[in-house]
Design a protein around this ligand. Sequence first.
Ligand SMILES: *Cc1c(COP(=O)(O)O)cnc(C)c1O
Length: 427
Amino acid sequence: MKKSNSDYFAEASQAIVGGVNSPVRAWKSVGGNPVFVRRAKGSKIYDVSGKEYIDYVLSWGPMILGHAHSKVTTAVCNKAKEGASFGAPTHAETQMAKLISEAIPSMELLRMTSSGTEATMTAIRLARGFTGRDMIAKFDGCYHGHADSLLIKAGSGVVTLGIPGSPGIPAELARLTLSLPYNDIDALQKATDRYGSRLAAIIVEPVAGNMGVVPPQKGFLEKLRELTAKNGIVLIFDEVITGFRFTFGGYQNLIGIKPDLTCLGKIIGGGMPVGAVGGKREIMEKLAPTGDVYQAGTLSGNPLAMCAGLATLNIIKTKINSFSALDDKTNRLCTEIKGLFSTKGIAVCINCVHSMFTMFFQQGPVYDLNTARKSDTVMFARFFHGMLKNGIWLAPSQFEAGFLSFAHTKKDIDKTIDACSKTLKNL
Ligand SMILES: *Cc1c(COP(=O)(O)O)cnc(C)c1O
């Protein structure tokens, strides 16, 4: 007998905690069982029954070229035949570091990791080692991976599941992390007035994507740069989502602000597990083996990950002029959807930044975690299931970003608008 989706999930749940290897893949907040995927190509993803969906999750951001891009796939397949990992340096790592430095000049020296979590964890340790200070600050609703110091009032699955902090993180450690409201310049000023000389680092998503999409308000990041510089605090831009999503480079390229350290992940791995931390030479040189701040990784700079990443970044480099078309597509999608909601008389606030978007089920505006939380998550859940039925793959949470890829066509957008119209009829 052919296995159904619920058979797959039941079997997974016997062997894997909650049936998933990352909690955001569970459907806790929308109800039902996660759909198991068989394969994906371009803008489409296919479940185990063969049903096709237009994918706006894109593996939570990485697949900006669309799934299984032929050049990336061919490069990885060929590379695999030469061996998967050596635990010794390869030239591809140098090529990767040079390409990233070229795209993001503030990243003068780099270290590759196998995940975004390792990159941010390393950035924090490095900032502490460099400054000799212990405290750090972050912003409510920003997610920087699941390292202990950063999992305080975090976004992503933590907001979705309504977990305030996490058991297992010692209170002594949590006390060293200050979490401030996003976009609140006054709170930032007060925090640096009070703790400026004790803060090793302030880490921020320059465009927040893990409480749903929340753009930085005018002056917020500028003030952050000014206050961190003034107080000798290491400014860390977590560009794990935004790196190479808006241009060949980071969001920092677009706004002309240079952080001291930058974290990357997602897109730079082309779908393979990857992360990178880089920044000012004098800070980066504190890392072992040049310095005494320890960090390591058996699979860091893995040949297959470098290969997928290099292929992806080299293609993006040729597409610098295509980003505006990608933005336009996203804009049109959001504008038309907003129109449909307003015709139907359902409140929606759509935050759209280049090729990232979130439809918040509320009037808005949404500019921080508290305002994001005002959304009608029950209504969102119904919308999510309606869209899914109509062939649209959205993140199973109100508090996540949607993404477009270069592979999304005008026809995909038309189909999505049509699916939205059908979904709203029955909402
Ligand atoms: C996904 C993400 C991370 C963590 O990356 P992983 O590869 O999942 O460990 C860190 N920061 C931001 C902004 C992210 O979106």
